[in-house]
Design a binder for this molecule. Structure first.
Ligand code: CA
Length: 517
């Protein structure tokens, strides 16, 4: 069947009606398309719709402004692969079997793309996958092997691996648009998961943004020089400090210094060796003058931390500028082809990230900046523009939401809950008043395993391997700088939060949960 734009389709339909002929497209599936744009490590603090003080993201903001923004959306396990598995399955990590980045996803289990495919959707996945096993439930997939690369990335599909010259965020968008335009079966509604590598470490900006922010100083977060007092002792033992655990060659784009980080590491860039001579020349033209200025000044102490923060945050934001541009390309395509009206568009990221808060980069901890997960969603005619959702939502809710939006009933095994009532402005009286969190990985960045519970007002964290606890009053201490776990004034709150944690563990059948009476 020839593909028609919506305008053509409407014209054909009108003509058919005038002639008393039932148009060939009258039975065309009216279920909404779903465009799921997902990035990696993009924190809410770097999205202007969430009030960013450090950058602008006009295209992501457009999705939020024309639809809904989730103000209290969180991940259940703040790291790449586990968050992706939770999105696909609607289940917590212990239930979908993918607890850490080292686990292999069991592709035989139920996922929302599989259910949509079985119900007649054409389904595709492009970009970062990171779940080790081959994707299942997609008629087309074209993924980055493992973490993938920013420059001239390799892509893997059912036909094998090949290298594509260019910048990864542009290429993922190109492949996504090509599938929308020529690849899909236009007689079916589609699910397209367009999943970016950016802005993951090593934060290598694309050619278009190499000198963006050169002439400005990005504001520092107030907790950049956190001394880690009044929190669990494990926090001070972290290995993700901007001051101590960034490497010059890879993270700070300053090769050749030979100065190791506090752990004795001198990690090399995985990107500069992949560049073509022209790309490398452009890169050097952007970084060499900045590096020469650094070497001339050689800042020390707090000034060196400030310099590292500026280098880090600017590269991170440059990567995001490309993501936002490419979100704009996707939105423009939907407009141009008349697809915008019947397509749900989501922009989300797998978790948040520390942008210098607590002196950190990276994620994993249950503190708000990496627990929070950006989520904006546009659905014309169904979700009122400017909708702000303040209730507690989580990545396990995504799958049931997409299924219900497509007219399917989420299977009872899914632990999340459809957010459609919230999107339509209702607040079910039995909506959750707390979320459960569990981080399992050990190793990199020295973050101990922990679990916890958060309500809108309080957060309880248990580092169970070392039996350390934290309790935060999020209203009085939104930056989580002082645990009140030992404060007698919070004894009742602590008891209630511990009870809530056990109740959630029982509800989600977390191994080791106590039976509830
Ligand atoms: Ca991630």
């Amino acid at each position: 069947m020839a593909r028609l734009s919506r305008r053509d389709f409407l014209a054909t339909a009108a003509l058919g009606a005038a002639m008393g002929v039932r148009p060939a497209f009258a039975s065309t599936d009216k279920r909404p398309n779903i465009l799921f744009i997902f990035s990696d490590d993009h924190a809410q603090q770097a999205i202007s719709a969430y009030g960013s003080k450090i950058n602008k993201t006009p295209n992501i903001d457009r999705i939020a402004g024309q639809g809904a923004i989730f103000q209290r959306n969180t991940c259940c396990n703040s790291i790449c692969a586990p968050s992706r598995a939770a999105v696909l399955t609607g289940k917590h990590s212990h239930a979908n079997g993918l607890r850490t980045n080292l686990d292999v996803f069991d592709g035989a289990q139920t996922t929302f793309p599989k259910l949509l495919q079985a119900a007649g959707y054409d389904t595709a996945l492009v970009g970062k996958w990171h779940l080790k096993s081959d994707p299942t439930g997609f008629s087309y997939w074209d993924i980055l092997p493992n973490q993938g690369n920013y420059y001239n990335p390799d892509f893997l599909n059912s036909g094998g691996k090949r290298r594509i010259e260019g910048y990864v965020t542009d290429i993922i968008t190109d492949l996504s648009l090509a599938w929308l335009d020529q690849g899909r079966d236009a007689t079916k509604p589609f699910l397209l998961m367009c999943q970016h590598k950016a802005p993951h470490r090593e934060w290598a900006p694309g050619p278009k943004h190499l000198t963006m922010y050169d002439d400005v100083t990005i504001p520092e977060p107030p907790t950049l020089f956190d001394d880690y007092a009044h929190r669990a002792p494990v926090l001070a033992e972290n290995e993700a400090m901007i001051a101590r655990h960034m490497t010059y060659d890879m993270d700070l784009k300053l090769p050749g210094l030979g100065i190791p980080d506090a752990l004795g590491r001198d990690m090399k860039s995985q990107e500069t060796p992949r560049m073509t001579p022209a790309q490398k020349a452009q890169w050097d033209a952007a970084y060499n003058p900045k590096n020469e200025a650094f070497l001339k000044k050689r800042p020390q102490g707090d000034d060196l931390v400030r310099w590292k923060y500026q280098r880090y945050i600017k590269d991170y934001l440059r990567c995001i500028a490309s993501v936002d541009d490419n979100v704009g390309r996707m939105l423009a395509y939907l407009d141009e082809k008349g697809l915008a009206e019947n397509t749900i568009v989501i922009y989300a990221s797998d978790q948040g990230f520390y942008l210098g808060e607590h002196g950190l980069y990276d994620k994993r901890w249950m503190y708000s900046e990496s627990l929070a997960m950006p989520m904006v969603m546009r659905w014309p005619g169904q979700v009122k523009p400017g909708t702000r959702i303040e209730r507690l939502t989580q990545n396990i809710d995504f799958a049931p939401t997409f299924l219900e939006a497509s007219g399917l009933t989420p299977p009872p095994e899914m632990q999340g809950r459809s957010m459609l009532p919230l999107l339509r402005g209702d607040t079910p009286t039995d909506w959750r008043d707390a979320i459960y969190y569990h981080y399992y990985e050990t190793g990199e960045h020295h973050v101990p395993r922990h679990e916890g519970v958060s309500t809108e007002r309080h957060k309880l964290i248990h580092y169970y391997e070392v039996d350390q606890w934290e309790l935060f009053d999020l209203e009085k201490d939104p930056q989580e700088m002082r645990s009140v776990y030992d404060d007698p004034a919070y004894a009742d709150t602590l008891a209630a939060m511990k009870k809530k944690l056990e109740a959630l563990k029982a509800q989600y059948s977390v191994p080791g949960a106590k039976m509830q009476g």
